[in-house]
Design a protein around this ligand. Sequence first.
Ligand code: PGA
Length: 271
Amino acid sequence: MLLNSKLGYYALFLSIKFAISHMRKKWIVGNWKMHKTPAEAKAYFEVLPVFLQKNMKARVLIAVPFPILLPAFQMANHLGIEIGAQNMHEMPSGAFTGEVSCEMIQDCGGSFVLLGHSERRQLFQESDASVHRKLKRALSCGLQPIVCIGETQEERNLGLTQRVLLRQIEEGFGDISSEEASKVILAYEPVWAIGTGSSATPDMAQEVHSMCRQMLKSRWGDLTASQIPILYGGSVKPENVRDLMQEEDIDGVLVGGASLDAESFAKIIYY
Ligand code: PGA
């Protein structure tokens, strides 16, 4: 009897977990990096609707430079596209010349923020500790965080991929609760694939995504780990997006170069 009820609970738990992992939405996130003036953004959003069909099967977001957050929001909102930022400061306000706060991003219509992009880590010395402080801030002010992780070519060659990703997840997420962790999006972006034209193969990406999900599971539990979307980024283009999206643990893509052209981004949206 006891065994039966235990088995029953376990079966229920498994079916909830299965349902959640199949309910995870798909995400297409553009990253414009330091590209597009307000005029260029306007031209983009004038052309984009030509390529959009009624139903988008994924949530579509674009991370734009700070000066075009507000105009991009005003032009993209009615298309069902969310706008967000590529970085933010960890404090709400203060004497931090050149920085932008979570509240400022939200007030301009931003709904999400990229944190710890490899270009921020490599070119602006962003550490896991600072990614963690920014993550806490984004969570407390209600901005959807997309935490980027990824190994360099050298680290991969040395067989350090797992160790690097584990450190980036453990130190970047830090002491956040399971409830907070379930609000984070993780983006795996191997540094060697960013802007190089050579993407990870779907198999390679799936292998790492499943490894990341195991890491999330062992720290925040099965249910939370199954709720966290894991996106792949690095030379995603219309030609390879579909195969990547077929993989079980690839819940979406983070797209740099191929998001800059409206027609190519639309092809990715309707992969
Ligand atoms: P890419 O950039 O698509 O141009 O490789 C991805 C990223 O840096 O987010």
